[in-house]
Design a protein. Structure first.
Length: 350
């Protein structure tokens, strides 16, 4: 029987593929557009995730010139950028400047050995830093918070990377970066091989706490008989460093850190002596020559957490700080005040 439509019923299924292909051809542009939009959304979500955790690049183009000085003046009385970062021979040879305090807050009583030491070291900032219109600085602490942080690439983007003591870089680059512009240390915290954990042009900045620190450095650089007494831990007897890269930190910055940030007296009873940590000192230093100051790897575990390690590179716990001359709770308050003022920015939780 022939249907009323005059068409063979079996022709319907054969027409379906052809119609489907025709519809796809008409919608090809729309499908490609949706696919492209989907890929853009995936890329953007990944970018947002990365930038959410490490929003450092936003400061690359905008430099807050004068902002650090303005905010630092609210925290540090008589704040000035006129003081040199490092000691230089002309200040103690041609013009004898009397110092009110002994080390670590002044050089009183250590002038002679200091003169000899300054004759073989330098004092200038590298031209690559001196000429910057905007000095973007990060102070990298040694805290456990840096472990598995993946902050290395972010840290490497800063113009000036300041590190502390003997904290290693090799083997930890993914978390702490590989760039070191300046390393602050004292004899007991000096890495036995400074070339292993620093860049060839890294400034090695001696933080003098006591007269014997000058004597140790002079003996090392002049290859004289090593000084062995007067240290709480034996410093390196061989320390292969280029004297041109060595700097002597101006004790003025230790004085500012102690007196202005921690309200410590400059003259303390022999049994009480408290001193700032190298970390807080490094932040103070950065506040006096940088246009932007960020910090990473600062903060200690809660005092009740006896088993939490305090450094990203070793297993010692807060118990090791019990006999130190540092008041870490007091320092935490000082850093939190800086964060509240927007004077510094924290890249890792504090």
């Amino acid at each position: 029987m022939v249907s009323g439509s005059g068409c063979d019923e079996s022709s319907g299924p054969r027409l379906m593929p052809a119609l489907l292909i025709k519809m796809i051809n008409k919608s090809r542009g729309k499908i490609l557009g949706v696919l492209a939009l989907f890929l853009v959304m995936v890329w953007y979500s990944i970018y947002r995730e990365d930038s959410f955790y490490f929003p450092v690049q936003e400061n690359k183009t905008v430099c807050p010139i004068g902002e650090v000085e303005r905010k630092a003046a609210q925290l540090i009385g008589n704040y000035t950028r006129d003081r040199p970062l490092f000691l230089q021979l002309k200040d103690y040879f041609w013009v004898r400047t009397p110092s009110l305090y002994e080390l670590p807050y002044g050089i009183k009583g250590s002038e002679d050995v200091l003169l000899r030491l300054l004759s073989v070291t330098s004092y200038s900032l590298p031209e690559s830093i001196q000429s910057l219109k905007c000095r973007r600085c990060v102070v990298v602490g040694n805290g456990h918070r840096l472990r598995n942080s993946s902050m290395g690439d972010t840290i490497n983007t800063y113009d000036v990377v300041i590190r502390l003591n003997n904290a290693p870089v090799h083997g930890y680059e993914q978390d702490v970066g590989s760039k070191t512009t300046m390393r602050l240390f004292y004899p007991e915290s000096a890495h036995f091989d400074p070339q292993a954990e620093n860049n060839p042009n890294t400034l090695l900045v001696l933080v003098p706490f006591k007269p014997v620190d000058f004597q140790w450095m002079e003996a090392i650089l002049s290859d004289r008989k090593r000084v062995r007494k007067g240290f709480w831990k034996q410093p390196p007897l061989i320390w292969d460093a280029n004297p041109e890269q060595v700097r002597i930190l101006n004790p003025y910055y230790m004085e500012v850190t102690a007196a202005k940030l921690l309200s410590l007296p400059m003259k303390q009873p022999r049994k009480v002596k408290q001193k700032p940590t190298t970390g807080l000192l490094a932040i103070t230093l950065a506040l006096h020559f940088c246009d932007l100051v960020h910090i990473a790897g600062f903060g200690y575990p809660d005092s009740a957490n006896k088993k939490q390690t305090i450094h990203y590179y070793e297993q010692i716990t807060l118990k090791s700080m019990a006999a130190s001359e540092h008041n870490i709770s007091h320092e935490a308050v000082a850093i939190k005040r800086m964060l509240e003022l927007g004077l510094v920015k924290n890249l890792t939780y504090f």
